[in-house]
Design a protein around this ligand. Structure first.
Ligand SMILES: *Cc1c(COP(=O)(O)O)cnc(C)c1O
Length: 458
């Protein structure tokens, strides 16, 4: 295998190896790292009896070949992907399936990328003896996944920025429950502002010299690449059994999850059609309808982890098609689902088919994808579709429970987090405010002595 290099979407600056690209987060010119060329994979190289971690190790090997991290890749996959992502049938739709990505510690698919990134960073040598500060902007789920993945990791601090008042109460609790080396900052603004603040801090060379920083956002290749594994795992299993490809509907915000699905198809694995399910944030649906790409202000919706008006991975998406918008619009499509559609879908699926089955309760994000599939069915499409379930409905109990008229059981790991005390510092939605906070030193060391004394770990 040749050693792949990673270039910036903005095309300036030298290409890097995978380890350096993961360590850096953002490319020096402000662009996002992309492989110079996507590898082509043969479906027959994958172990038919392998677990998700085995599929991931085989899939990612060509991305890591020749890098110091390559030897550790199987161990990284085993450590990070130690839960399954089952494909189950969708009740009431004989050709419909749900790919459940929420069986990790924080009950959202973000665990997969966050844990993989943490497992890589733990193994990367650092020249700097000072602690590494990981910055993460979150619309709700990323922050908790990153916090859980890095909690207690020596010489590493995590600062989580989230839009105050725009995450669910349980998400907010999760974000603030870690303490120790993980600090939550509630920002008086939206997710796009949190993301802008993080980028501004990371791009500030002087600040970087004072406070060594990296990113854990979906702009990091260390999060994006492992997300390819569950698509490959599901699609390969289906292909072996039925000889056909799977089509996916992917709930989409920042485009990390959908891009991973697309890259699996571009790498030659049996993925068919891909549809992006967005909420009322219409940047992508408008673009795929033929309008020029135009980021907008994010609007708040029930599917808050998708409240993104400027999807950061769009740059990578365009790169994938060499900047050719016509080819890109042919390869994917996007539909928007408003809050009324989300509510209706949650209600219809909970009450419509198997009223007593927990399985048919969807989180608001997953509901967007289910809605897109329902509309395809209504239009006569009878193909094999997989709806990607990105979070457990119990994270969004305040939305979901009134709609379905019953309690949603809370997964054990989430229940344990909800029992810990939680705390977040307020921060203005201002680039300089974050930089000042980072410079003024870390104040979050001993915030939760109770949690530590009780020996609580994520
Ligand atoms: C982050 C998130 C999304 C959106 O994923 P992107 O990779 O940002 O497109 C969808 N659903 C849930 C539950 C999420 O946490």
């Amino acid at each position: 295998m040749s050693t792949p290099r990673y270039a910036s979407t903005r095309g300036r600056g030298p290409a890097a190896g995978i380890g350096s690209a993961i360590a850096a987060g953002l490319a020096p010119d402000g662009g996002l790292y992309v492989p110079e060329k996507l590898p082509q994979l043969d479906p027959s190289i994958f172990d038919p009896n392998g677990l998700l971690a085995d599929t991931a190790a085989t899939l990612l090997a060509p991305f890591f070949a020749g890098d110091p991290l390559a030897d550790a890749l199987p161990a990284i996959c085993a450590e990070a992907l130690d839960f399954e992502t089952p494909l189950r049938r969708l009740a009431g739709d004989p050709a419909g399936h749900v790919l459940e990505l929420f069986h990790g510690p924080t009950a959202a698919f973000k665990d997969i990328g966050a844990r993989f990134l943490a497992a890589c960073l733990r193994r990367l040598p650092r020249a700097d003896a000072r602690p590494l500060t990981i910055l993460v902007a979150t619309s709700g789920d990323t922050g908790a996944a990153v916090g859980a993945a890095f909690h207690g990791q020596p010489d590493t601090r995590v600062a989580i920025l989230y839009p105050d008042g725009r995450v669910s109460p349980r998400q907010a609790h999760q974000l603030g429950c870690f303490g120790d080396n993980v600090q939550a900052l509630r920002v008086a603004g939206g997710f796009d502002e949190c993301q802008r603040m993080v980028k501004a801090a990371l791009n500030d060379a002087a600040l970087q010299r004072e406070v060594p920083m990296s990113s854990a956002n979906s702009i990091s290749l260390g999060r994006l690449l492992p997300q390819m594994s569950y698509y490959a795992h599901a699609a390969l299993a289906w292909w072996r059994e039925h000889g056909s490809s799977l089509n996916f509907v992917v709930p989409t915000g920042n485009l990390g999850n959908a891009l991973a699905c697309l890259w699996v198809r571009e790498a030659g694995l049996p993925v068919g059609e891909i549809r992006l399910a967005c909420n009322a944030n219409a940047t992508l649906p408008a673009y795929f309808d033929g309008a020029d790409y135009a980021p907008r202000e994010a609007v708040a919706t029930l599917a808050n982890a998708m409240d993104v008006g400027a999807p950061s991975n769009f740059e990578r998406l365009r790169w994938t098609f060499g900047g050719d918008d016509v080819a890109l619009r042919r390869a994917l499509c996007a539909e928007g689902v408003d809050d009324a559609g989300i509510r209706q879908t949650i209600q219809a699926h909970a009450l419509g088919h198997h009223a007593l089955e927990q399985d048919d309760v969807f989180c608001p994000h997953t509901a967007c994808a289910v809605r897109v599939l329902d509309e395809l069915r209504a239009a006569g499409n009878d193909q094999r579709w997989v709806v990607v379930a990105t979070a457990h409905p119990a994270k969004f109990d305040s939305v979901v429970e009134p709609l379905v008229g019953r309690r949603v059981a809370v997964p054990d790991a989430l229940a344990a987090m909800l029992q810990r005390p939680a705390e977040a510092e307020p921060l203005a939605a201002d680039d300089e405010a974050l930089k000042r906070w980072l410079r003024s030193g870390w104040s979050g060391q001993d915030r939760h002595p109770q949690a530590r004394a009780a020996g609580v770990r994520p």
